[in-house]
Design a protein around this ligand. Sequence first.
Ligand code: NAD
Length: 334
Amino acid sequence: MPKDAVRILVTGAAGQIGYALAPMIARGIMLGPDQPVILHLLDIQPVAESLKGVRMELIDAAFPLLQGILATTDVNEACKGVNIAVMVGGFPCKEGMERRDVMHKNVPIFKAQASALEQHAAPDCKILVVANPANTNALILKEFAPSIPVKNITCLTRLDHNRALSHISERLNVDVRDVKNVIIWGNHSSTQYPDANYAIATTDIGEKSVRELVADDHWIDYEYINSVRERGAEIIKARKLSSALSAASAACDHVHDWIIGTAKGTWVSMGVYSDGSYGIQPDIIYSFPVTCQKGEWSIVQGLKINEFSREKMDTSMKELTREESLAYSCLNQT
Ligand SMILES: NC(=O)c1ccc[n+]([C@@H]2O[C@H](COP(=O)([O-])OP(=O)(O)OC[C@H]3O[C@@H](n4cnc5c(N)ncnc54)[C@H](O)[C@@H]3O)[C@@H](O)[C@H]2O)c1
């Protein structure tokens, strides 16, 4: 029996990530090669023509899995009946803007989009927030879409997770598929903590701890952490544009693993609603190691946290609580 099509919303669909993401979804990279999809593409009126062009290209690509495209600048129409929402659209951080200014622009956008999802999305809609500040935008979305279960609202730290895997693969000269179980803790910002303490690599001699294989604690504890944290800035410097294809690919990985499941013995990083695990303040969206099964994520429990990690995890948590207050102060001023 052919499967029913899944409706997937992509906001900011005329932007760089949207342009890379829509064809990946239509090719089955997000939900698999036997899952038909209907794309709902949302952007704003000033780029309506460009959005039309994206729609034309998607039609011209004749993707066998793509059963329909709705391209619109009406947020309510865009959210109708969607099963998955990938929230990429937002006001970009321009030169000279401070974090507060970016939040001032984006928090009201997420408040409005939350209300539209609350009213029009499928009741079990799963949401991935990509637009920055991703963790805090997801928290605002949760606040203004109270009927959507908090477990269905997540943010993207998979790009950082994938970078954390690939930097180890380069260092050890092993295939990236042979590295697993890095962790991104915290905020999708420069305070994130890429933690390789539990990372494992498969080599000719079997599965081994990455720390043992690298045999250079200074690299793991300093250079590695900084190189993962700074990769986004490095890409902006090289491309004069922020990461797009890797962000789109990571968004596909995030939703794929959430819905299809993580491989046995493997975890991934996702920004999820904190339940207080590992002493992280409850009720913030924080990146944890998670496993997924049957469309549900669970935080990996029982990992021992040393003092070095504790300090870094707490620093990112504190930044998120500050961002949360700032977001609410932005809302009170609008
Ligand atoms: N979490 C991550 O790992 C990660 C990685 C890369 C980029 N990002 C973030 O993703 C976002 C998008 O990046 P990009 O490079 O595609 O930016 P972009 O500027 O190319 O595209 C953003 C799009 O959003 C649209 N938009 C603005 N307001 C909107 C609204 N109210 N509703 C719908 N669409 C709206 C814009 O018109 C534009 O087309 C940025 O916030 C960026 O910082 C996050």
